[in-house]
Write a protein that binds this ligand. Structure first.
Ligand SMILES: [Zn+2]
Length: 48
């Protein structure tokens, strides 16, 4: 099983596994649950 998938914050460059407890989740009504960066609070993140 591959474990090298990284979820990255596009604002500050924070990276962690997508299922890492460090990531927060906020509810954004039109979009559903969004992943939130623990470092800067941005939800502008992506998995690569
Ligand atoms: Zn960030």
């Amino acid at each position: 099983m591959s474990v090298d998938t990284r979820h990255r914050c596009l604002q500050c460059g924070f990276e962690a596994s997508p299922d890492d407890d460090a990531w927060g989740t906020i509810q954004h009504p039109p979009l559903g649950a969004l992943t939130q960066c623990p470092e800067c609070g941005s939800t502008d993140t992506m998995t690569r």
